[in-house]
Design a protein around this ligand. Structure first.
Ligand SMILES: Nc1nc2c(ncn2[C@@H]2O[C@H](COP(=O)(O)OP(=O)(O)O)[C@@H](O)[C@H]2O)c(=O)[nH]1
Ligand SMILES: [Mg+2]
Ligand SMILES: [Zn+2]
Ligand SMILES: [Zn+2]
Length: 375
C-alpha cells in the first residue's frame, strides 16, 4: 500500500514510515508485518482446501484470517528502548507527522493555486471558516477536521484572527503578509473531509503561496510539486483587474504545461486532474451574472453547480475570455467554471472590513463539486 504525503507530496509505502520515540528522542523504523502474505503461505494448504472452496466454511475462514489480521494491530514499539505507545508516525521524506486520518484506503488530495492578488488568502480564510461552522457538509454527511497542531495554529493566527477579529484585509502592514506568515505558510495547512461510511478520504492541502512564485514557469516548476500529486485542483482567477487577469491566464498556461510534462501525457490525452476554475471577487460583476447570483442556495445540488458553471461559461464566451475556455476544454477532461465572492462585498476602505460583515457567495461550490467527484 502506498500513501502520498500531503506535506511534501512524496510517496510512502506502508513499511517505510519513520517513527519518533519520545523515550529516547530518536527516530526508528518499524518492520511492516505483511499478514496477508503470511496467511496465504501458512494456511493455503491441501488440508485447509475445503475452507477456501465451500461457502459453508466462510465464517471459519474469516475467523482464521482475523487471527492474522489482529497480529498486525500490535502496538508499535521502539526497537531501541522497547517503549510502546510513545512514538509518532512520520513521513520519512519531510519528517512531518503522518496522522492516522491520512491512512485511508484511497486518498484524494485537493490543492489550491492562484497568482498574487487573485484573492487566495481571503478565499482560504473565509472558506475554512465556512466549512468548519456551517451545516453544508454535515447536511451531506461529511465530516470536516483540521489535521495537526500546525494547521490549527497557522489558520487561527494568520487567517481567522486578522479577518474575523481584527477585521483587516491582507496588506503589507498586517500579519497576513508579514515575513513571519510567509515562513509558516511555506508548509501547507491540512484538512480532512470524509463522507460517513465511505472509504475515501479527501485531504485539502492548502499552501497559501505569495503567488509571484508561480507566474514564472521555472519558478512554478520548483514550487508547485504538489500539483502532480493532487486529484483536485482549485485554480483562482481574477477577471476584475487587468494585471491579475493576465497573470491568472499565465498561471493557467503554466499549470497545463506542468501537468502535461509531469504526467507524461500524449498530445491528445486530457489531463485527468479535476479542475475547479474559481473566479474570485464576483461581487464586482454580480449584476452581469443575472439570476444565478440572486440568493444562490448555501447547500447547492450538483445540478445547481452545473447550472452556475454553464451560465458562467457563457458569460466568459460573450465577454471575450475565449482563451480561458479553449485552454481548459483542450486540456482537461473534467472541470467547472465557478464564480465566488469570499467577502460578498467590495471593501470600500481597504484594508478595513469592519463596516461590513463577511458574507460569502457560492464560496463552497468548488469544494462541493470536488467532493462529489472524489468522495
Ligand atoms: N470585492 C472583493 N474583493 C476581494 C475579495 N477577496 C479579495 N478581495 C480583494 O483582493 C485583494 C487581494 O486579496 P488576497 O486574498 O490578499 O490575494 P492573494 O494575493 O491571492 O492572497 C484584497 O486585499 C481585497 O481588496 C472579494 O471577495 N470581493
Ligand atoms: Mg496572499
Ligand atoms: Zn512528507
Ligand atoms: Zn526508544
Amino acid at each position: 500500500m502506498y500513501y502520498t504525503c500531503p506535506h511534501c507530496f512524496k510517496s510512502i509505502s506502508t513499511g517505510n514510515f519513520l517513527y519518533y520515540c519520545f523515550q529516547h528522542n530518536d527516530y526508528f523504523k518499524f518492520p511492516h508485518y505483511d499478514w496477508e502474505k503470511e496467511f496465504w503461505q501458512n494456511e493455503f494448504t491441501f488440508a485447509n482446501l475445503k475452507l477456501f472452496i465451500f461457502p459453508k466454511y466462510a465464517t471459519q475462514l474469516n475467523d482464521l484470517k482475523a487471527t492474522y489480521a489482529n497480529k498486525y494491530k500490535r502496538a508499535i514499539y521502539c526497537p531501541e528502548c522497547g517503549a510502546t505507545n510513545q512514538a509518532k508516525r512520520m513521513c520519512p521524506h519531510c519528517k512531518e507527522e503522518f496522522y492516522y486520518k491520512l491512512l485511508g484506503e484511497t486518498t484524494n488530495i485537493v490543492s489550491i493555486i492562484g497568482p498574487a492578488n487573485s484573492g487566495k488568502t481571503v478565499f482560504i480564510g473565509v472558506l475554512i471558516n465556512e466549512l468548519r461552522n456551517d451545516i453544508f457538509l454535515r447536511e451531506k454527511d461529511y465530516s470536516f477536521e483540521f489535521v495537526g497542531q500546525r494547521t490549527t495554529d497557522v489558520y487561527r493566527d494568520f487567517f481567522y484572527e486578522p479577518l474575523y477579529e481584527d477585521k483587516v484585509l491582507p496588506n503589507k502592514n498586517n500579519t497576513l503578509s508579514t515575513g513571519n506568515f510567509e515562513q509558516s505558510a511555506r508548509k501547507p495547512m491540512i484538512f480532512h473531509i470524509k463522507k460517513v461510511g465511505s472509504k475515501s478520504n479527501i485531504i485539502l492541502s492548502f499552501y497559501d503561496s505569495p503567488g509571484e512564485d508561480i507566474e514564472d514557469l521555472d519558478a512554478a516548476r520548483t514550487h508547485l510539486k504538489n500539483m502532480y500529486a493532487s486529484q483536485g485542483l482549485i485554480l483562482l482567477m481574477d477577471l476584475t483587474d487587468k494585471e491579475t487577469l493576465m497573470t491568472s491566464m499565465q498561471t493557467l498556461d503554466n499549470v497545463v504545461q506542468m501537468l502535461r510534462e509531469g504526467k507524461a501525457l500524449y498530445a491528445n490525452d486530457k489531463i485527468p486532474t479535476r479542475l475547479a476554475l474559481v473566479f474570485t471577487k464576483c461581487d464586482r460583476y454580480k449584476k452581469e451574472l443575472g439570476t444565478i447570483c440572486n440568493n444562490p442556495p448555501k447547500i447547492p445540488t450538483i445540478e445547481y453547480i452545473d447550472l452556475v458553471s454553464s451560465t458562467f461559461e457563457n458569460y466568459l464566451r460573450i465577454n471575450g475570455y475565449k482563451h480561458i475556455l479553449n485552454t481548459t476544454q483542450n486540456n482537461f477532461s473534467n472541470y467547472r467554471y465557478l464564480p465566488v465572492s469570499a467577502l460578498g462585498f467590495e471593501p470600500k476602505t481597504a484594508p478595513d472590513i469592519a463596516k461590513n460583515d463577511i458574507s460569502p457567495m457560492m464560496i463552497e461550490y468548488p469544494i462541493a463539486w470536488l467532493i462529489n467527484e472524489l468522495g
